[in-house]
Write a protein that binds this ligand. Structure first.
Ligand SMILES: *[C@@H]1O[C@H](CO)[C@@H](O)[C@H](O)[C@H]1NC(C)=O
Length: 360
C-alpha cells in the first residue's frame, strides 16, 4: 500500500508536463470505498486516464474542414480498459464557463447537436483516437472546444482552440461615423456576410498592419482601434503603436463604428463587365441579370484577401458603398499598400461599375 502510494506521488510529480490532469485517481475512491478486495481495484490501482490535445491553436477557414486532434491513454500503460469509453465534445463559451454540446459518442453511437448537427464526426484512426472533424466551417465556429473522455470512473478532458483565417475590416454605415450601438454594429457586420471581430482577430489584423483611427465595437462589447503609426489625432505621437482600448461601453447608448471579420468564400466575387456605368439601382439589377447578387462588403474583403481579387475600377456594393480591391498596388490605384479602397457612400444616382457575387 505504501509502495503504491509512493508510486502515485512519483507519478503526480512527473506529470506536471501532461496536458490536462484534474488530480483525480482511481485509488482515491476505490481504496476508500472497497478497500483492496477485488480484482478491478488491483487492475486499476494507480492507473490514470490522460487526455492529449495540442497546445497550439489550429487554423481553418470558412467552408473548409478541420480536425481537432484528441486522444487518450492510461498511465501506467494498460492494454485495454474493460470499460466502455464515452466521448463528449463541447464548445466553451467566451468566458469559459458555459458549454454547448457538439457531439457525444458511446461506442459506435454518435449524436451531434444544434448547429453542428450533420457537420461533425469522430475520427478514430487508432483505438485511442477521438478527434473531432468539423466540416463546412462557419464564422461562428472559432473558439475553444473541450474533448472529454469518460471511462466509467474517470472523466478527463483537454482543450483545443480553433481559429479562422480571415480578414478584419472597419465598418461605418452610410449615415457616417459613430452611428452604431453594439447591437447595430453586430447586425451591420452580419448584413455584410461577416461578424463582429473577436479581440484576437483584431489583434492579429493589427499585427498584419491594420491602422484605423476610428473606434469600433468588437464581439466582447469593448470599443477599440488599431494604430500602427502613432499620430496626433489618434491618441498622440508619443503613444506606442497598439490596439487602443476604450474598454466596455454601454451596448445601447454608446455609438461607434464596427470591426467586422470575414473568412474565405464559397462562391466568387467579380467585377461585372458591362458596356456602361450604372446607378446603384441599375447595378443591383445587372448582377441579378447575370444570375448573381450585388456583392456584400465582407465578400469583397474575403475575395481580396483570399484570392487576390484586384480591380482598379470602383464598383457598387450591397450596402450602397463604392469600393475597389487592390492586391497588387500600382500608380493611380490608391496608396502603395494593398487594400480595399473606399469611395464611401456616394448618392445613389451616381454611376459606377459593380461587384457581383455568385454562389457555386
Ligand atoms: C469536407 O468533408 C466533406 C465530408 O467528409 C467532403 O465531402 C468535402 O469535400 C470536404 N470539403 C473540403 C473543402 O475539403
Amino acid at each position: 500500500m505504501l509502495g503504491g502510494l509512493a508510486g502515485i506521488l512519483l507519478l503526480a510529480n512527473a506529470c506536471y508536463c501532461l496536458p490536462f490532469y484534474n488530480g483525480f485517481y482511481y485509488d482515491h475512491i476505490l481504496n476508500n470505498k472497497t478497500g483492496n478486495g477485488n480484482g478491478e481495484v488491483i487492475h486499476f490501482n494507480g492507473v490514470k486516464l490522460v487526455v492529449n490535445t495540442p497546445h497550439d491553436a489550429l487554423f481553418g477557414y470558412r467552408g473548409g474542414n478541420i480536425t481537432l486532434p484528441c486522444s487518450f491513454h492510461y498511465e501506467p500503460k494498460i492494454h485495454k480498459s474493460e470499460r466502455k469509453i464515452r466521448v463528449k465534445w463541447s464548445k466553451l463559451h467566451k468566458d469559459n464557463t458555459k458549454e454547448r454540446d457538439v457531439l457525444a459518442a458511446i461506442g459506435l453511437r454518435h449524436k451531434s447537436f444544434g448547429e453542428y448537427k450533420g457537420r461533425v464526426y469522430l475520427r478514430q484512426n487508432t483505438p485511442n483516437e477521438v478527434s473531432l472533424v468539423i466540416t463546412d466551417l462557419t464564422l461562428e465556429d472559432y473558439g475553444k472546444y473541450r474533448c472529454e473522455v469518460i471511462d466509467g470512473l474517470e472523466d478527463e478532458s483537454g482543450i483545443v482552440e480553433l481559429e479562422l483565417r480571415g480578414v478584419v475590416f472597419p465598418y461605418q454605415p452610410h449615415h457616417g461615423r459613430y452611428q452604431l450601438n453594439f447591437h447595430d454594429a453586430k447586425q451591420s457586420c452580419e448584413a455584410q456576410d461577416s461578424m463582429l471581430a473577436s479581440f484576437e482577430q483584431l489583434f492579429k489584423a493589427w499585427m498584419d498592419g491594420l491602422d484605423w483611427c476610428n473606434a469600433g465595437w468588437i464581439m466582447d462589447g469593448t470599443v477599440q482601434y488599431p494604430i500602427t503609426l502613432p499620430r496626433e489625432p489618434c491618441g498622440g505621437k508619443n503613444m506606442a503603436p497598439g490596439v487602443r482600448n476604450y474598454g466596455e461601453r454601454h451596448k445601447n447608448l454608446h455609438r461607434y463604428d464596427a470591426f467586422c471579420f470575414s473568412s474565405a468564400l464559397k462562391g466568387k466575387v467579380y467585377y461585372l463587365e458591362h458596356p456602361e456605368k450604372l446607378t446603384f439601382k441599375e447595378a443591383k439589377a445587372a448582377c441579378e441579370e447575370d444570375g448573381a447578387h450585388i456583392a456584400k462588403v465582407g465578400q469583397l474583403f474575403a475575395a481580396w484577401k483570399f484570392i487576390d481579387l484586384d480591380r482598379c475600377d470602383a464598383g457598387w456594393l450591397d450596402d450602397g458603398s463604392v469600393r475597389y480591391p487592390i492586391a497588387f498596388p500600382r500608380p493611380n490605384c490608391g496608396p502603395p499598400e494593398p487594400g480595399v479602397r473606399s469611395f464611401g457612400f456616394p448618392a445613389r444616382h451616381n454611376k459606377f461599375g459593380v461587384f457581383c457575387y455568385k454562389m457555386s
